[in-house]
Design a protein around this ligand. Structure first.
Ligand code: PLP
Length: 392
């Protein structure tokens, strides 16, 4: 027998293991010092009360013969898809309930979508990049090309007509850079994808963090329905990182290579996925009620205020950064032209603050560093003070 040797093409994922190794070595030598972790990509606030109540009620339904639920629909219950469709409508994107697939999160869908495309397709990703797009396509044997994101383009790569691509992953607001595309920029990507006959795989996992007048969905952009698939998630929006629920939108008219992509994905999901549990779909639907929306807005505002504290300090210290405004991530240029790991060590040993070296997200991440706003207010404020003292 043979294994899938495409796995050998992946770069060993040592980023978080190396962070853990350096942090525990430091802690072993300095057991009395309190570390503050601003590297985490997980939320810390609990689920909104509306989601918890709905989940409890959903669990109670399963306890009684009359209300028991077995296998859910492959694409998710209609009441949840209607709620998601209404949410899209609230910011001006027309997505009908029967174009939505409910899933166990955006990570699986971003990776699994490759099942419906040929391994011969060429994939375009940005650099730096959320590693799932790269690794899932390497596993499938696809060729990957990179669109560089640098300070010169504000970490928002734009299409290059000379570069041919079949699948294009875009993430806005971006992980790790926090940068978010404008309407005009996304229009350029949509036009490019339509011209090339490519498919845009648009990850909007952080759309709920947008505060400025920027698109929250690719389907706000004219022409997107003939070239785009969108992945979204309740993980960061509503604290569902452990609860698991996301959704993927495929317009009914999206066709490539004489095949309808909605139908291919439906077939893929029906074959390999048996849906999201009843209590979780009930909880997810509660997020889209007025009460649920009010509660998640409070939590997001809490993280946004953390991001503002970090961003204001960096601005005052004259450090270049992206993100923070429309995103829970702040992507800063390492002061004094330090490389990412050198700055990691400085911040750890001089300020006892842990972040994520940008080099772990791609070649263009070297010299940059990611901080997140998902910590507590007290710890974030303390980290900001320590950071400020270190830089002054
Ligand atoms: N997409 C991006 C850009 C992310 O940063 C993350 C999580 O960190 C995900 C998708 C995964 O979301 P989920 O928890 O829904 O799988």
């Amino acid at each position: 027998m043979k294994v899938n040797t495409n796995f050998d093409k992946m770069v060993p994922s040592y980023l978080f293991a190396e962070i853990a190794r350096r942090v525990s070595a430091y802690q072993a030598q300095h057991p009395d010092q309190e570390l503050i972790r601003l590297g985490i990509g997980d939320v810390t606030l609990p689920l909104p009360a509306a989601a918890v109540e709905a989940m409890k009620k959903g669990a109670e339904d399963l306890a009684h013969k009359e209300t028991f639920k077995g296998y859910p629909d492959y694409e998710g219950y209609a009441f949840l898809r209607e709620a998601i469709s209404g949410y899209y409508r609230s910011f001006g994107a027309e997505v009908s309930a029967d174009e939505i697939f409910v899933s166990d999160g955006a990570k699986s869908d971003c990776g699994n979508i490759g099942d419906i495309f040929s391994p011969e397709n060429r994939v375009l990703v940005t650099d730096p990049v959320y590693p799932v797009y790269v690794d899932s396509n390497l596993m499938a044997g696809r060729e990957i090309v990179y669109a560089p994101c640098t300070r010169d383009n504000g970490f928002l790569a734009m299409p290059d007509e000379a570069q041919q691509a079949d699948l294009i992953y875009l993430c806005s607001p971006n992980n790790p850079t926090g940068a978010a595309y404008t309407r005009a920029q996304l229009q350029a990507w949509v036009d490019y994808a339509n011209r090339q006959g490519a498919v845009l795989l648009y990850d909007s996992a952080y759309e709920a963090f947008i505060t400025e007048d920027l698109p929250r969905s690719i389907f706000e952009i004219p022409g997107a329905r003939t070239c785009a698939i969108e992945f979204c998630s309740l993980s960061k929006t509503a604290g569902f990182t452990g609860t698991r629920c996301g959704y993927t939108v495929i317009p009914k008219e999206l066709e490539r290579d004489e095949h309808n992509l909605y139908r291919l994905w439906y077939r893929r999901q029906a074959t390999k996925f048996n849906g999201v549990s009843w209590p979780v779909q009930c909880a997810a639907a509660a997020v889209f009620t007025p009460e649920g929306q009010r509660q998640i807005r409070e939590n997001i505002a809490y993280y946004q205020e953390n991001a503002r504290l970090i961003a204001d300090m960096l601005t005052a210290c004259g450090v270049y950064f992206t993100g923070g405004k429309n995103s829970p991530y702040i992507w800063l240029q390492c002061p004094g032209n330090m490389d990412s790991w050198r700055f990691f060590d400085e911040l750890l040993t001089k300020a006892q603050v842990v972040g994520t070296p940008g080099a772990g997200f791609g070649k263009n991440g070297e010299g940059y560093f990611r901080l997140t706003s998902f910590g507590s207010r007290e710890k974030t404020a303390e980290a900001v003070e320590r950071f400020r003292r270190m830089l002054s």
